[in-house]
Design a protein around this ligand. Structure first.
Ligand SMILES: *Cc1c(COP(=O)(O)O)cnc(C)c1O
Length: 367
């Protein structure tokens, strides 16, 4: 039985008519940027997250980069973050002109080990950028407390956590700024590049609107140097439709995760851990094994799609050489890179598919 890692066709089919009509309407109107769909989606997504504003941008990397700039992070500043994440988290910090400073992860949740943060605060530290990895939010109370003590800005990388909650509050709404990607495979994914920043601070929202559109509020009047970082109307129209399904899709992901937990309880692998007070939205379902590569091969032989999020920690990438890190600097991060394996997770995943995957994993564990 062939089971892909994600199945976007299964999600598209039931909404196809509605999506095609919405795209046609955008093209009939020929209002392709910053039009009625963008305005409506921004209102709807802000309401969904529980913030006063949402500013859509070109992609998740733009969201992180422009959020840092809006918060005044720039040359000479340091941003405390993690190295077990997608590369864009660090890229955005460097694009803003700042330096990423890494803390290790908690080996159980793969999230920022908050107990290490305060020791890394210096006179140059300007922001903390936690990553809500795999669909689970970082420990925002502890992070907020450190940020208040040292007057730091908290910019959430919520690119993998649309709809995730921390003690009832949604991802993106706890820090001063929350950054989302709508990359096609994310829990809320468009059919092209797009992203957004949510905030309840009107001045930050104003600056974000400037930065995404060449520093301009009025055509051909440029108040500041900005960027070309707008989302387009087709993506906004698609996202408006998909947003109405997000809670149901996330609930289905939670059911699939609960099924995996039952099916794999005695498979001798590391299973995901949900920390107290969190509502996990299971962007990916990550198991771990010291024999990860062999397990991945056994699953591939049975046409089961897997992924590794992420195989090379950011502090050991060729591109971050100048930060001067060495193997051993972030032991939990480095071990996770060798052991984690993402197995198929999407709302439409069937009981039969999950049973087939679990059987394959048990065969590996027994062999
Ligand atoms: C996807 C992702 C991003 C980047 O989003 P893009 O839309 O691809 O630019 C940033 N951070 C994390 C944690 C991500 O998973």
């Amino acid at each position: 039985m062939r089971v892909p890692l994600v199945d976007l066709t299964a999600q598209f089919q039931p909404i196809k008519g509605e999506v095609m009509r919405a795209i046609e309407e955008v093209l009939d109107s020929m209002q392709l940027f910053l039009g009625p769909n963008t305005r409506a989606f921004e209102e709807e997504f802000a309401a969904y997250c529980g913030t006063r504003s949402c500013v859509t941008v070109g992609n998740g990397t733009d969201a992180l980069h422009l959020a840092l700039r809006a918060a005044g992070v720039g040359a000479g500043d340091e941003v405390i973050t993690v190295a077990h994440t997608f590369f864009a988290t660090t890229e955005a910090i460097v694009m803003a002109g700042a330096t990423p400073v890494y803390v290790d992860i908690d080996p159980n949740t793969y999230l920022m080990d908050v107990s290490q943060v305060e020791a890394r605060v210096t006179s140059r530290t300007k922001a903390i950028m936690p990553v809500h990895l795999y669909g689970q939010m970082a420990d925002m109370d502890a992070i907020g407390e450190i940020a208040r003590r040292h007057e730091l800005v908290v910019v959430e990388d919520a690119a993998e956590a649309h709809g995730a909650e921390y003690h009832g509050r949604r991802a993106g709404a706890i820090g001063q700024l929350g950054c989302f990607s709508f990359y096609f495979s994310k829990n809320l994914g468009a059919y092209g590049e797009s992203g957004a920043v949510v905030t309840s601070d009107a001045e930050l929202a104003r600056r974000l609107r400037l930065y995404r559109d060449h520093g301009s509020e009025q055509r051909y009047q440029h108040l500041e140097l900005g960027f070309n970082a707008r989302m387009d109307e087709i993506q906004a129209a698609v996202l408006r439709i998909k947003l109405r399904h997000l809670d149901a899709w996330n609930a289905q992901r939670r059911e699939r995760a609960a099924a995996y937990a039952r099916l794999l309880a005695d498979a001798g692998l590391g299973l995901p851990v949900t920390a107290p007070g969190r509502t996990h939205v299971w962007y990916v379902y990550v198991i771990r094994s010291p024999e990860r590569d062999a397990l991945q091969k056994v699953l591939a032989d049975r046409e089961i799609g897997t992924g590794v999020h992420f195989p090379v920690p950011i502090h050991l990438q060729p591109a971050t050489r100048q930060l001067g890190h060495r193997a051993g600097d972030l032991p939990h991060t480095e071990r996770a890179a060798h052991e984690v394996l993402s197995i198929p997770m999407y709302p439409e995943l069937s009981t039969e598919q999950q049973a087939w995957i679990a059987a394959a994993i048990h065969t590996f564990s027994a062999g």
